[in-house]
Design a protein. Structure first.
Length: 252
């Protein structure tokens, strides 16, 4: 990670709508660094390229959900009675790239102090600060904090000269096996829980999370996240809480 000297802006190679920017940035990313991956790191500071340069507020990356711009809802259109995805809201940018979720620095400083400093993904559901979703090509990197490692994959070539390569391989295999064994099971949804999922998916984004305790429905609607357990427990405090409780009572 390095910033340009004397306030000059360093040029980063790139095209237009693929997350590789045409407007220069304040950082000259090292060779091999993936700009989209960098934008997925909590704490990276950006500005909206389409905002007036004289009025640009700095925003902070707070989350990088495992969704693309064409899958992530930006807002609910009351007139059309339907969701508008980030890709639909930004047709000039690539659609099948990871979405970047940010909150503006002034809002963070005045609002939820519990998330500062932003060094890990912020849970969006209970967040009191308004957040926004962008395609990576629309934002410009202005600062990369020290806790973010930027660079090419350095995992290769770390083995010692004498037999180190084999030892590293054995250790990696052992770690992989340990990680695999610690993964939660893939739960089979009950008929009632599956019916609830299908009903919610008609008007919201719904993912099934497999936890140690059982399956959980992760629901994103009207910019708020909710989690519904198979026993009917709902977490998340938003305007749709009562409606979700009614659906849970109806299906479970």
């Amino acid at each position: 990670m390095s910033s340009s000297e004397d306030g000059e802006v360093a040029v980063v190679d790139g095209g237009s709508a693929t997350g590789q920017q045409t407007e220069t940035e304040a950082y000259d990313l090292p060779d091999g660094a993936d700009r989209v991956d960098v934008l997925g790191e909590p704490g990276v500071k950006v500005v909206d390229r389409e905002a007036d340069p004289q009025e640009r507020d700095v925003a902070v990356v707070i989350n990088s959900p495992p969704s693309t711009c064409e899958d992530w809802n930006a807002y609910y259109d009351q007139e059309k009675d339907d969701w508008v995805t980030v890709a639909e809201d930004n047709p000039e940018y690539e659609a099948d790239v990871p979405v970047v979720v940010v909150a503006y620095l002034p809002d963070i400083e005045e609002g939820d102090a519990d998330i500062r400093p932003v060094e890990s993904p912020v849970e969006l559901g209970p967040l009191d600060v308004t957040y926004y979703s962008f395609p990576p090509g629309r934002v410009k990197i202005v600062d990369i904090p020290d806790h973010v490692e930027v660079g090419a994959d350095s995992s290769e070539g770390n083995a010692s000269d004498e037999g180190g390569e084999g030892e590293a391989s054995d250790e990696s295999e052992g770690n992989a096996a340990e990680e695999e064994s610690s993964e939660p099971p893939e739960w089979e949804l009950s008929d009632e829980f599956e019916a609830l999922r299908d009903r919610l998916a008609e008007s919201a984004t719904v993912d099934v999370e497999h936890t140690e305790e059982g399956p959980v429905l992760a629901v994103e609607k009207l910019g708020t996240s909710y989690r519904i357990q198979e026993d009917g427990t709902i977490t998340g405090d938003g305007a749709l809480q009562d409606r979700l409780e009614d659906l849970v009572d109806e299906y479970l």
